[in-house]
Write a protein that binds this ligand. Structure first.
Ligand code: ATP
Length: 381
């Protein structure tokens, strides 16, 4: 579906990205966040620490996009050249900003003397407004000039994300008034992408006028996505139809997390604490359950921890219920079986589930398969 509305280009700066030493997770975050706001991302580029290349990329990007967002290269050293690149593209001169210098001196006061090189981070061009970075030294930039709109964010992911949320996203909304698309996601487990597509018998290809559909294989199963710019109610019909066709294989929608759902359902059955015992999974079940946000856990079972058993002797912590998972060796085609059982307050007899995948994905899929088996058993499936 062709989208109208504001368009952006994302630039990730850093030679380490081009050498494969750092994975460009910032671009993925920014592309996803821009799409959520309703800004179409036209292109994502990774650039070396080269002033000329950076300047040219800004120039080219602003020819097609309403907004250019760059991340990285705002540090204090000679190879942090994003400020210089944008200044060249704008035809503006970098000048020290006294307020930024004072903020930097204040920040470094706690550590003793500030290295001279950090003063580079207090440079600004006349059309740039500095953006606060409360958790790092590199301030960001917001530029709104006759030649275009751009934002510079630090490369450190936590600093970048915070600056995006607190400083850049509100400015993008004010400046470009994007209209956020309505999105509905349906999450399934235990069926492959092509089987889901077949079961939906044409709904993916023709979800309705003005509706975009997509199907994605994730670690926690196959997700379906419907999106439209024509209002949330347009998605009711295709989402309801898809849910009917998917039946018990559908475990959640939108922001639902499988681990949260399982802990909640266990809580409803009077299970106050859950522990895990896992073998062959690299501890992936523990990592997923330990990552559940406790603030969402009102009335849910509490995760009491678990063990990864490498030798058949480790014992799980004491809890109302203990979920046991063994990932069996996979075959040459990436197929594996997962043995799942639960003892304690809500016993589940040993069952086997099949998963597909390799590497870390295989381990996480085994954990999600175990959680899905618990969900099914608790629903009497
Ligand atoms: P700082 O002043 O804090 O160093 P910076 O803007 O100069 O910020 P960089 O020096 O480019 O940031 O990168 C700092 C670190 O942030 C890198 O070593 C890398 O670990 C991480 N990083 C940089 N760019 C990205 C990216 N695009 N995706 C994920 N991580 C990144």
């Amino acid at each position: 579906m062709p989208r109208s509305g504001p368009r952006a280009v994302v630039l990730s700066v850093g030679s380490e990205l081009l050498r494969g030493e750092t994975v460009d997770t910032n671009a993925a975050f920014l592309a996803g966040s821009l799409a959520e706001l309703g800004v179409t991302v036209l292109e994502v580029h990774q650039l070396p620490d080269d002033r000329g290349v950076i300047a040219e990329a800004f120039q080219r990007a602003r020819e097609t996009a309403d907004l250019v967002i760059a991340t990285g290269g705002l540090g204090p050293t000679h190879d942090d050249l994003t400020r210089e690149g944008l200044a060249d593209a704008l035809g503006e001169e970098l000048r020290p900003d006294t307020a930024l210098e004072a903020t930097l001196h204040e920040r470094f006061a706690a550590y003793g003397r500030m290295p001279e090189s950090n003063l580079r981070q207090a440079l600004l061009v006349p059309s740039a407004e500095p953006l606060a970075n409360p958790i790092g030294s590199a301030p960001g930039w917001w530029v709104d000039s006759t030649t275009g709109t751009a934002a510079l964010l630090p490369g450190v992911p936590a600093e970048m994300r915070r600056m995006w949320t607190d400083e850049v996203a509100p400015r993008v909304k004010r400046r470009l008034s994007p209209s956020a698309p309505a999105v509905r996601v349906l999450k399934t487990f235990a069926i492959g992408e092509s089987a889901v597509a077949e079961r939906l018998s044409g709904l993916l290809e023709a979800p309705g006028d003005g509706i975009e559909s997509g199907i994605y294989a994730r670690d926690d199963g196959v997700h379906l996505r419907f999106a439209t710019s024509d209002g949330d109610e347009r998605l009711e019909q295709p989402a309801r139809r898809a849910a009917e066709l998917l039946g018990d294989d559908l475990w959640g929608t939108d922001g639902d997390e499988l681990a949260e759902i399982v802990l909640r359902r266990l809580g409803e059955r009077g299970v106050m604490t859950l522990a895990t015992w896992e073998a062959g999974t690299g501890g992936s079940l523990l990592a997923i359950l330990a990552g559940v946000d406790p603030s969402t856990a009102d009335g849910a079972a509490r995760y009491a921890g678990g063990v990864l058993d490498a030798g058949g002797t480790a014992a799980a912590p004491v809890a109302d219920a203990v979920l046991q998972v063994s990932l069996l060796p996979g075959d040459a085609h990436g197929r594996s079986r997962v043995r799942v059982a639960m003892s304690g307050a809500v016993p589940i007899a040993s069952v086997e589930a099949r998963i597909h995948g390799s590497g870390p994905q295989r381990l996480r899929r085994a954990a999600f398969a175990a959680l899905d088996q618990v969900r099914r058993a608790l629903s009497g499936l």
